[in-house]
Each structure stands twice: as C-alpha cells, then as structure tokens.
Write a protein that binds this ligand. Sequence first.
Ligand SMILES: [Fe+2]
Ligand SMILES: [Fe+2]
Length: 347
Amino acid sequence: MTATASPTPSFDEDYRNMLRTLSEGSVHVHFDPYEDIDWDAPNMAIDPEDPRWILPADFDPLGATAWYQSLPIDQQIELGQWRILNIIKVGAAFESALIRGLMHYAMELPNGSPEFRYCLHEMTEECNHIQMFQELVNRSGVDVPGTRLHFRLMLPFLGLLGGFQPVVLMIGILGGEEPIDHYQKIAIRSMELPPALHRVMEIHIAEEARHISFAVAFLKMRLPHANRFQRFHLSLAFPIAMRWLAGEIMTPPRSLAKRFGIPKEVYREAFWSSPKSREILASYFGDMRALAEETGLMNPVSRRLWKRLGIAGEASRYRGEPERTAEVYVEETTSAHTDAAAASRAA
Ligand SMILES: [Fe+2]
Ligand SMILES: [Fe+2]
C-alpha cells in the first residue's frame, strides 16, 4: 500500500548516536539463555503445585474473573501455569515473525547504514529469547499449544510482508512487544513469581527496552517525512495493529478453554468483553498513545478508532509510566466494573 511506503530520511546525528548507544548496550549488557540462567539449580525447578503460578486478579483478564477465583487452588495453579506458559510460547512465535521481517529489512540496507548493526544485534537477542522461552516451556513439561491456528499460519507471511513495509513492520513490532512487556513488567513489580519465570521475564524486560526504543525512534525519524495521505493511513493502521496483535498474543486458544472447561461466557468476559478486561487491554498502550500523539498519528478519525477498538485512554507522560488513569472508554456497561478488580489474588 502506498500509504505505508517507507519514507527514508537522511539520518541525523541524534539518531546515529542512539543506534550506537543501543548497539553498545547489546554488546555490554546481554544475556545468554544457557549461560545466564541456572536452569539446573534446585530452586529453578518448576513445581506444578507452586501457588506462585496463580493468575493475578488485577492485571490478568482470566485471573480477574469470578469463575477463575472460585476454582479450587490446585486448578487455579494448573490453569495459571498453562496460561502464562502459553503467552510465553506465543511470544516466541511472534518474535520469529519479527526476525523474518527485520532480517529482510536489514539485508536491503545500503553499505554503511547505521541501522544495520543494531538490527542484527536485535535479531540475535530475539533468537536468544526464543530459545529461553522454549527452554522454560520444555522444563515445565506443560505441552502448551501456543498461537491460535490462524495466527500461526499467518506469521511467516506477516514477517515477509513486513520486510517490504518497514514502517508497518515497526508498528507491528510495537503491537506485539508492548503487551508482553507491559504484562511482564507489572508481574515482576507486583507479585512473587516462580524463580525460573522471574529470571526469564527479568532478562526479557532488560533487552526489550532496547528493542522498543529502536522501534519508537525508527518511527519518530520517518513519520515526519510521510505525506498527509500516508500519515492518515498510518494513523488508522496503528491502533488496528495494536488491538489485533494484543488480542492474538494475550488471548489463549480455544483448546485451552476446552481443556479446563472454561465456560463460553467466561472466555468471552475475559477476552475482552468485560469492563475489567477492556481496562486491562487499554492499559497496554499508554506509551503507544503518547507516541501516536507525538508523531501526528492522533487525529479526530483515528482517535475515534482507538476508542472504538477499546484501547483509548490517557497517553503516558513518560515511557513505562505505570497505569494511572481510571478513565477507560467502556461503551455499554460499567456495573460489573468493580467485581473482579476488588478481588485479591487468591494465593
Ligand atoms: Fe524478545
Ligand atoms: Fe524484542
């Protein structure tokens, strides 16, 4: 689509410096999935009865349901473990598509491009993340399915197409990385996690900070060079990508619902029809709303679309600002709002 053709600016000194800093960060602060995680340490063993797998009520949409909270503790643990490991497995699949797209983009760059080196560092890190995620799943012994079938079939093509449309690719990267990063940050900040999961999340958060910085800078560099027609189309593509990818990554496959006998209405409530689940969904994108505002992608039409998609809200005042707004655009119902929010984590 013409609207998404990548406007190619000449890179300014700030952008070159940022790429240099990110690349040096990748050299000096990086993690190897086998060297930096002591998988065989006794405390890293994954215990299927560990109550720290119970889903939190305040930021997991399934954990927030009264149905989940009424399950016996052993079932909460088992379902929690499946849900969290499934998100991890989906994250690995998403990162494989990201690598496809980014590799395509990087290999088209001219000699001397300052982006080349950093793109390769990022892909190296993503390969490590995929290994790390898979190792965690393997060690758990839980045979999680990962992505829903339609998304699994689409992923190789998304990577391929993204290579031709780098601005859209970067928007897609943010659409996948932001919900995962947000979920992991809030989990690490607010709850005690099984040690292996904690270590994996800690490493991932540290390296994703660079990836997200790069994608944001990439867009800030290019969007001012887009013409009005391109910018308008991108302003619509942006929230659609955010909503779609958040849904693909955070919604478990139906097979998981079947396995655990999750009633249809509970599945619907959690993904994403209840006010609480919509509040959680919207909370993933405070930084992205700020980016859209800053880059001129928030206009009256796109603002309506953000709202329509259920991901509107206040923009973050600074990167990674914890959710501060209670104002979430829930169109129909508000009555059930406090049900799940008030419930504490049943650990
Ligand atoms: Fe990653
Ligand atoms: Fe990443």
